[in-house]
Write a protein that binds this ligand. Structure first.
Ligand code: ZN
Ligand code: ZN
Ligand code: ZN
Length: 426
């Protein structure tokens, strides 16, 4: 769905707190159970509701066998798993009262819940042997015999393992198939891809670090402090991030260790359950920590991160301008600070002349909320701005400004004044 962790929690909160379904349907209704949980427990009432729904919609053979449930280690079992509060409220039936984001998240939760209560799918695995002039080619794949839960939901993956499930067409022995293409391929084992937010949350969960309520804030913190940046939705460590982790590994090796966090969470759970005394737990932690801290205070050297030169000089004092990291991202500052306090936003030219003053260059800029917009570098003398990227030619019909409108999967050049539009590209 490409939701960030924080946004997911926000939309889930809305579904949990309640949506107005209209008077006939019971007014404001919470559509999902509490979302800050990692419980996988499902109440019998909910199971029976799902069973009734599955039977009425798909038939008896689609009802799954009831699995006996083990309580998941570490799960906060006061809550149930995140599930729809009414199995009968299909996403389609709520589409008119939900926003697009609410609908998409509800659909995911509902489908996954219903699917979890359905019968397994049955697959036939097939290997076809094809021979051509004594050389054998093999194709393996699977064929669905019974759809089961796949009628409702197929899990997607964000790590692009697209070819994992290959479906083969019906083949009989002796069938002739024609080769369409020869593709000699050499395969290399790929290093694991960088983490997406979703993948990182799953890893935290697998390793037992943190709790559902801490995942989104943790991801926020590492970005806000500039330890990582997002590139193409994947986390990339910054120079600062690498320095910080290096120092922590040197001076606080046991705290940076994954098992420390896991053990600490267990200890805290034990305190909550009355099995441990908090004073003892904290004391045994602090004795070692105090020494580490003292050593670090004495021995850790002050680290200065060199500012990256921007390749231009300050127009006020002639010193070199450098890139700095600020609250709203990178900006340019004079290296002669604090004597010269000249700062400038980073202007990214897009190679298009300003369509209004015909003199300035169009530059990409960001609002405080990190949304990209386009302006003229003659600002404030020229006040041209646009959310859409201007194009380096004028409208053939009315001579006005052409911009690139972003569609779902393409861009379309259109005029901001008249109805002139070009074929969508990409
Ligand atoms: Zn300066
Ligand atoms: Zn201009
Ligand atoms: Zn026009």
């Amino acid at each position: 769905m490409n939701f960030r962790a924080r946004k997911t929690m926000m939309v889930a909160q809305q579904l949990y707190e309640g949506i107005d379904l209209g008077k006939k349907e019971g007014g404001i209704t919470g559509l999902i159970t509490y979302m800050r949980t990692d419980s996988t427990r499902i109440s019998n009432t909910a199971k029976n509701q799902a069973k009734d729904y599955i039977e009425s919609q798909y038939g008896k053979e689609y009802i799954g066998k009831q699995k006996s449930q083990k309580t998941q280690e570490g799960a906060q079992d006061a809550h149930e798993a995140i599930r729809p509060t009414g199995a009968h409220r299909s996403p389609q039936s709520l589409k008119s009262v939900l926003s697009r984001d609410q609908y998409r998240l509800y659909k995911l939760i509902w489908e996954r819940f219903i699917a979890s209560q359905m019968a397994p799918a049955i697959m036939d695995t097939i290997t076809a042997h094809l021979t051509n002039q004594g050389v054998e080619f093999r194709a393996s794949g699977s064929k669905i015999k019974f759809k089961g839960f796949m009628k409702v939901y197929i899990e997607s993956s964000d790590d692009q393992k697209k070819n994992e499930n290959k479906w083969l067409p019906d083949l009989e022995e002796g069938t002739y198939v024609k080769a369409q293409k020869m593709e000699p391929n050499q395969h290399f084992t790929q290093p694991p891809p960088r983490y997406t937010e979703a993948r990182l949350v799953r890893t935290l969960e697998e390793k037992g670090i943190g709790r559902p309520s801490t995942y989104a804030p943790t991801l926020d913190t590492i970005q806000r402090r500039g330890y990582v940046t997002l590139d193409n939705r994947r986390f990339v460590p910054t120079e600062l991030g690498e320095i910080v982790i290096g120092l922590l590994e040197e001076f606080f090796p046991e705290i940076i260790d994954v098992t420390f966090t896991v053990n600490m969470e267990d200890d805290l759970d034990a305190i909550e359950e009355g099995k441990s005394q908090w004073l003892q737990v904290i004391d045994s932690f602090y004795q070692g920590f105090e020494q580490r801290l003292k050593k670090a205070e004495e021995e850790m050297e002050k680290v200065e991160i060199r500012d990256e030169p921007a390749g231009i000089n300050c127009e006020k004092c002639g010193h070199e301008m450098v890139y700095k990291m600020g609250r709203y991202g990178k900006f340019l500052a004079c290296s002669n600070f604090p004597d010269c306090r000249n700062t400038k936003p980073i202007l990214k030219e897009i190679g298009v002349k300003c369509p209004r003053c015909k003199d300035g260059n169009i530059v990409e800029r960001k609002t405080k909320k990190r949304r990209t917009f386009y302006g003229c570098d003659n600002y404030p003398n020229c006040e041209f701005i646009s959310w859409d990227k201007p194009v380096a030619r004028n409208c053939p019909k009315c001579e006005s400004i052409l911009v690139e409108k972003k569609k779902k999967k393409s861009v379309q050049v259109q005029c901001i004044e008249c109805d002139y539009k070009e074929e969508p590209q990409g």
